[in-house]
Design a protein around this ligand. Structure first.
Ligand code: HEC
Length: 113
């Protein structure tokens, strides 16, 4: 049998096997459990800050002061093009400082259930 047909059959077979494993639940992606803390301001943070990176990525940063969080938010806006409205910068800095800052009781994301 010509090489090209052989390759095609192998590709189809692998595709079917992966599909079968997925259907039987033996092959699945890890659950998306990391989320920002559900405290006042979380909707804003979710909509502005999770476009480019995960909640984990933000929540595992060192604890920062409000001023430092503010400069992170400004950096995201000016350097990386985050669509943050200028009048929301303080609200975002406040959310992160309260929940992931030096003022926060814990810097970890809520445990996955
Ligand atoms: C347009 C995409 C984009 C959006 C939206 C965005 N970021 Fe980022 N963020 C980045 C990039 C790119 C980096 C740098 C990644 C790297 O250095 O590997 C980064 C890095 C970070 C870091 C790591 C520390 C640092 O200063 O580099 C933090 C913390 C962070 N972002 C927080 C936020 C927060 C809070 C928001 C919401 C206000 C946000 N990001 C929105 C693109 C974005």
């Amino acid at each position: 049998m010509p090489m090209i047909i052989q390759r095609f059959l192998i590709a189809v077979a692998s595709f079917l096997i992966v599909g079968l494993l997925a259907a039987t639940g033996r092959f699945s992606l890890p659950p998306e459990s990391a989320a920002l803390k559900t405290r006042p301001g979380v909707e804003l943070a979710n909509s502005q800050c999770l476009l480019c990176h995960s909640a984990d990525y933000i929540s595992t940063q060192p604890r920062l002061s409000t001023a430092q969080w503010r400069s992170v938010v400004v950096k995201m806006q000016t350097k990386y093009g985050a669509p943050v409205a200028t009048n929301q910068i303080d609200n975002l800095a406040d959310y992160f400082a309260r929940n992931y800052g030096v003022r926060a009781a814990t810097n970890t994301a809520p445990a996955a259930k």
